[in-house]
Ligand binder design. Structure first.
Ligand SMILES: [Mn+2]
Length: 424
């Protein structure tokens, strides 16, 4: 289903007066409001193809009904999100969950909704039906060369799908590691993984990037072969200029200083992409901004600072993607909340008075430095984000339009209550 622009406009009309009052208040004191709004209009966050169904835990999965049953319907769902918030103009595909059977048709469908193909994701962390060799003891790290070869060939196949769709990057997340001391020779596992990644890297087109994602633990609980940003950076540096580290917010040990990691990776020119989610305990895959909004803001502070320092384009020079999945919300509502939280943190970080911050830092004025950051964080920027959406033709309040249009019920009517989207 689609939502017509005139419907969105009529919902907006009812909110316009109140919005204008809030926007006038919010923009007072901002020097160049037009350039700020333009940055917000440009900023796009990719939606992963596996986030459109209700997520599962390892214990159970409770489908909410009306889930997309194929890639076409997933693109349709992202089209709905993008029509509402105008900031979800990309999809990140996971192979083999979402193999495009008719590439030309898929491309046309995405183009109709203004959706680009962001990073492609490979999967060697589970066995697929009919797969010859098992990844039970790892994929690219495996002691058996034939299994490593199978993983390499899978990644090269993913690149081929990506080329057809117009993607420009491959994200490799490996669950490889070990559950018990002694299970693995760390150096051998690293070497095997590096050599496997090198073969995949050699198959990358010249204008592509490879993102090496790390994760501290789970599903392996003793060691992970790409376990932290240091290990990812080692691989990326050894691979070459097209290889970068990808930071997933949930993939750290508790209380890791993610903003510092981001800052140093940017300094080294080795930050490639970002996976947004939030967590209380581990890789909880909760909605970004729902648990630690201040951390998200501090990360955006470093992202903007580091990107501006090297003249990077905020929208296009890093891969931005949501990577969350849980059991209790309507996934489309959750994605609307996620994108909103990202836009709010980005806007707040854009408001930081960087000159004053540098002065405070150079004078060891700890109190002023903290005040500058917290002033920006405590600013209610929701009207600024809404104004950017309005200017792009989106909804002032995407979530309320989604509910008032009964979109989930419409999707259930069209697709049934028992459909289950591919993914975890
Ligand atoms: Mn991730």
């Amino acid at each position: 289903m689609q939502i017509e622009k005139n419907k969105i406009d009529s919902y907006n009309d009812a909110l316009l007066k109140e919005h204008q009052r809030k926007f006038d208040f919010a923009k007072a004191g901002i020097n160049d409001i037009e350039s700020l709004l333009q940055k917000l209009i440009n900023f796009q966050v990719a939606i992963p193809s596996w986030a459109l169904g209700t997520g599962g835990t390892r214990f159970a999965r409770f489908s909410g009904g009306g889930e997309p049953g194929n890639l076409e319907e997933k693109i349709e769902d992202i089209g709905l999100l993008h029509a509402l918030n105008k900031s979800s103009g990309a999809i990140s595909l996971h192979i083999p969950w979402d193999i495009p059977e008719d590439t030309a048709n898929i491309k046309a469908l995405a183009a109709q909704s203004g959706i680009l193909f962001d990073a492609m994701n490979s999967n060697t962390f589970q066995d697929q039906q009919g797969q010859e060799l098992s990844y039970k003891f790892g994929s690219m790290q495996h002691v058996n060369k034939a299994i490593r070869k199978q993983a390499i060939e899978h990644n090269i196949e993913v690149i081929k799908y990506g080329i057809e769709l117009g993607s420009k990057s491959l994200t490799v997340w490996l669950s490889d590691g070990s559950c018990f001391p002694g299970q693995l020779n760390f150096r051998q596992a690293f070497q095997n993984t590096l050599e496997s990644l090198q073969e995949v890297y050699a198959a990358l087109p010249s204008d592509w990037k490879m993102f090496v994602e790390y994760k501290a633990y789970e599903p392996n609980f003793y060691s992970t072969t790409v376990g932290d940003w240091g290990q990812s950076l080692l691989y990326a540096n050894k691979l070459g200029d097209k290889a970068f580290t990808l930071v997933d917010l949930g993939h750290h040990l508790p209380n890791a200083n993610i903003e510092q990691i981001v800052s140093l990776l940017l300094m080294e020119g080795k930050l490639g992409g970002f996976h947004f989610n939030d967590s209380k305990y581990g890789d909880d895959d909760l909605t970004v901004g729902s648990i630690k909004p201040y951390q998200l803001f501090l990360i955006f502070n470093e992202l903007i600072d580091g990107m501006d320092a090297s003249g990077m384009n905020h929208t296009t020079d890093l891969g931005w993607m949501i990577d969350a999945s849980h059991n209790v919300k309507d996934p489309l509502e959750d994605l609307l909340q996620s994108v909103e939280a990202i836009m709010i943190a980005y806007t707040q970080a854009l408001l930081i008075d960087r000159k004053k911050l540098i002065d405070a830092q150079n004078n060891n004025d700890v109190v002023t430095a903290q005040e500058i950051l917290q002033n920006a964080f405590r600013t209610d920027v929701r009207a600024l984000v809404a104004e950017a959406r309005l200017k792009s033709g989106g909804a002032l309040n995407p979530l309320s339009v989604y509910r008032m249009e009964n979109i989930r019920n419409e999707l259930i009517k069209a697709r049934g209550s028992k459909t289950v989207a591919t993914g975890l």
